[in-house]
Design a protein around this ligand. Structure first.
Ligand code: ADP
Ligand code: ASP
Ligand code: MG
Length: 435
């Protein structure tokens, strides 16, 4: 049994859905659980619906209607008039309408999940119907019957024991019937049956959850790139595809923001030693990247740029040392506010951390510790991580930039820099010399 995941880019229009069907055609005799995301940029559009509803701008329904129409237009390219899928998808959209018709909930994150899940629900219904139409027997599965989470809306934490038990109970009998099983990424359910989401871009993680719970032989995510590259091709020229990566290397890259894979994806796969492939949906027979434990350690420099970072310079008000109890308090507060620390450094009486720039959380943090600490916040920064750095790579990445903070630990180099226009970055040469 294998797990495949197709993301929004692969399902952005009718041609995309047809292409996914043609890829699956190659595997038609195999047992595959297919996880899909919402089509194209649907999740962003649904976020706009949630915001409009919360603020009662009067636009929520119009925005929702436009999104519905976009899906119907794709469906008209895939199905004949009168196909039952139109009624099925309409019934699903109606569930979102119920939320919009009610008064906005005081709990924004809860309301967000009840509306934003619609993207995955409708895309999975459309793709299932299309696969069946072209003769690929496919059963639709509601991921919420399997993926059990706590009630941290917008970032549900998986209850692994429950999810494993659900997978055995619900999915195993479906697998016995043969054909494909098609389900949604990104969504789960609380013990009270409210929908949760797992965090933006969380469908890769969903695929890993299914792989882990079903003991998959392998997992493949199908992307619009040839595999994992040594840098983001939207920022850099001259990227090179990595044929093989260790779990360790992949987890380091994704933790520091390589957007090709959701950072939570690797752990469940590593824990069961499940090989993980990143392949191109545009060139399905190409080998892509294999992520597994069995790899050599000869990597080229790998660059990850995480934008929109802030540096918090924290110092004690009374010149007392930044001792353990201070650190414990600062980290505890950061964790409570879900501020994730990417990098840190301290002197005798000060402490600097690099964190994602989420202004409302940072503001709360500054206030919460103001009795003992003074905090200076620097915004609009980038965190650049270079694995297997060479001096050439570092100096070319530094060109034209102000480096505010830098650190080297074994084969990893981090630097926090001030933003420079993408145009300059394009000229930077990062491929080439091996470390
Ligand atoms: P999905 O359709 O599955 O949601 P994403 O758009 O989230 O796919 O992820 C694929 C994109 O990630 C690529 O189009 C590429 O621009 C970007 N990307 C960023 N860093 C890397 C990298 N190191 N290797 C490959 N792609 C990367
Ligand atoms: N549709 C969700 C998002 O755009 C999940 C995903 O695509 O992975 O964030
Ligand atoms: Mg994505």
């Amino acid at each position: 049994m294998q797990v495949f995941k197709f993301g929004g880019a692969s399902l952005k229009d009718a041609a995309g859905v047809k292409n996914v069907a043609s890829i699956l055609q190659r595997y038609k005799d195999q047992s595959i659980v297919v996880v899909v995301s919402a089509m194209g940029k649907t999740t962003n559009a649904l976020e706009a619906v949630v915001a409009a509803h919360a603020q009662q701008t009067g636009e929520a329904q119009n925005l929702y209607n436009a999104l519905k129409e976009h899906h119907y237009a794709i469906m008209r390219d895939l199905f004949e008039d009168g196909d039952e899928v139109f009624a099925t998808v309409n019934d699903t959209f109606v569930e979102g309408e119920w939320v919009i018709e009610e008064k906005p909930s005081e709990n924004y994150d809860y309301m967000y999940d009840q509306i934003v899940c619609m993207g995955e629900l409708v895309s999975s219904k459309i793709v299932t119907a299309y696969l069946n139409k072209v003769g690929l027997k496919t059963q639709w599965l509601d991921a919420r019957d399997v993926v059990a989470t706590d009630n941290t809306y917008r970032e549900g934490w998986v209850n692994w024991d429950k999810t494993k038990a659900n997978a055995q109970k619900v999915v195993a009998p479906m697998l016995e019937k043969g054909g494909f099983i098609l389900t949604q990424g990104f969504i789960g359910s609380t013990s009270e049956n409210f929908t949760t989401t797992l965090g933006r871009e969380g469908s890769d993680y969903s695929a890993a959850i299914f792989s882990y719970c079903l003991d998959a032989e392998a997992m493949t995510i199908w992307k619009d790139v040839p595999g994992v590259l040594n840098a983001d091709p939207r920022i850099f020229d001259n990227t090179i595809k990595l044929d093989r990566l260790s779990y360790r290397e992949a987890i380091e890259m994704t933790y520091y923001g390589a957007q090709v894979i959701h950072p939570k994806t690797i752990k469940p796969l590593q824990n069961k030693n499940i090989p993980f492939f990143v392949k191109s949906f545009l060139d399905p027979s190409a080998p892509g990247t294999e992520i597994s434990s069995d790899t050599d350690d000869n990597y080229p420099p790998i660059v990850v740029v995480e934008k929109n970072q802030a540096l918090l310079h924290i110092s004690t008000l009374d010149y007392s040392f930044v001792a353990e109890h201070h650190m414990a308090r600062l980290f505890g507060k950061a964790a409570d506010l879900r501020i994730f620390v990417n990098m840190m450094q301290n002197t005798a009486v000060s402490f600097t951390i690099c964190v994602p720039n989420v202004p409302d959380r940072i503001e709360k943090f500054v206030k919460a510790v103001s009795d003992e600490f003074k905090v200076k916040v620097e915004q609009s920064l980038e965190l650049i991580t270079i694995r297997h750095y060479t001096e050439d790579t570092i100096s070319s990445l530094k060109k034209g930039k102000v480096v505010l903070f830098e650190e080297r630990i074994r084969n990893t180099m981090h630097m926090v820099v001030k933003n420079v226009p993408t145009i300059e970055r394009k000229e930077v040469e990062i491929a080439g010399s091996k470390s």
